[in-house]
Write a protein that binds this ligand. Sequence first.
Ligand code: AR6
Length: 189
Amino acid sequence: MENALGEATVKHTRISVTQGDITLQSTDAIVNAANSSLMGGGGVDGAIHRAGGPAILEECRQIVARQGRLPTGQAVITTGGNLKAKYVVHTVGPVWHGGSRNEAELLASAYRESLKLASEKGLGSIAFPSISTGAYGYPVAPAAKVALDAVVSFITNETTSLEEVVFVLFNATTYQAYESALGEVMSQA
Ligand code: AR6
């Protein structure tokens, strides 16, 4: 394992954190912090549907018609529509209720299930936003630790096609939290 500021390599997968707009990423997939309806919303969800166009929502409708609302901690995959990314993985993070309602495990599951879907599709790269830390109110520092722990342990313990996992953080405060969490998780690995 190697570790530099803002990036680390675990087995054959590079993990990095960067500040920016996830809708502009050219990874094979980007992850959407959706809600259980899969019908769009504000924040990163709104931005992804705006940039990706109606094909994404149409596929979400078909998924909901087939399997119902998406439970918290689960993930599904659709086309990327007009995005540079070929796919969007939609996952639902937990609403923060103070930390005693299994929020950490549900958040870890959202990351894990997204990585699992990308691996099943044989994708090489994926970009994550900071799931649950906007409208859903999860405090950023603990969310960043859960996110990096989940990614590092998935790569360590599972076989994956992913060679690149990028966290694309919208603002400087969130970026700092993920950069610190990456350093912390790698120093414990
Ligand atoms: N690129 C990267 N990150 C972004 C972008 C972007 N273009 N836009 C916002 N963020 P949120 P949640 C960041 O609220 O907390 C929606 O309405 C944002 O700054 O998007 O999981 C859904 O429909 C924050 O750091 O997602 C759900 O109802 C992070 O993305 C609900 O919000 C997550 O903030 C989900 O809430």
